[in-house]
Design a protein around this ligand. Sequence first.
Ligand code: NAD
Length: 329
Amino acid sequence: MMFSTRFTETFGITHPIVQGGMQWVGRAELAAAVANGGGLGLITALTQPTPEGLAAEIARCRELTDRPFGVNLTILPTIDPVPYDEYRDAIVASGVTVVETAGSNPAPHMPFFKEHGVKVIHKCTSVRHAVKAENVGVDAISIDGFECAGHPGEDDIPGLVLIPAAAAKISIPLIASGGFADGRGLAAALALGADGVNMGTRFLCTRESPVHQRVKERVVEATELDTELIFRTLRNTSRVASNAVSRETVETLSAKGIFEDVRHLVNGKRGRGVYELGDIDAGVWSVGLSQGLIHEIPSATELVGRIVDEAEEVIRAQFERIFARAELR
Ligand code: NAD
């Protein structure tokens, strides 16, 4: 089955499915696997320690797929300063033509990306930021509901309201993000006015995902109840897996702690250890509420087409059944 949407048409992607730009996870193997399935795979820029490392990762991805893929560039508070402009230059110099910006206003980067023919998807968590991004010339919006992994913003609006609210206010392609893991989700997103879905946690838990098997098993075991929201008091909220480290972070900051009190707990290098060593209690690691919908570890390449087929089944067969019942009454 093929769904043609404004997103697939504008970006030249077969299926309306984007792989979330996950820190420590968005590496060449996963981005290429998603691209090979017909979705938009994303390499996460800051997972690479230097802009040169990012250029090498992009080259490695090209060896694994001949389909288009993109790069996620997230601009949020970090412990060590990040040379964002150099990462941006490396993306363009590598010939990548799709960038997902996230975390802050993309305006300072737009002239450079436009000049080099790069299409920009801006991921944001509020309608007002989506409208602002459309006004500064981005090509698509990825609207990220409160269900999402990582940074959901501070408004706490779930997708069921956020997606149609955004669809009513913007005219460029809209990707629904946060809480999506299967074909029912894709069908729902399309019904809410989106042109596709972005999925992070679902792709984290696939065979090609470059994280330890134990992390994937934990996602399968966990339910929608097993996340924590850290950094609420700092207005840099992040949804992460519930474990002793994330609970200690919440408790410390709730008792009027400052970032310095939790820096040793939340350092991304500890989170990286979780993914690489499989010790799921070693640090904080991002995961979304959608883990409650994830029950197995499929191939990312196969998953893309499977979700589209499932969505078709939901839209066609389920609604046919509903209409047939209504006619019998
Ligand atoms: P890091 O080790 O620099 O920081 C760890 C965490 O602390 C991050 O969430 C960061 O935003 C937060 N942080 C750092 N300094 C802060 C401060 N002064 N006040 C409040 N919070 C602060 O980050 P990392 O793990 O190496 O990740 C690199 C970048 O990717 C960060 O910007 C991070 O936020 C982002 N990220 C995004 C997602 C997501 O939304 N999908 C997930 C993981 C990381």
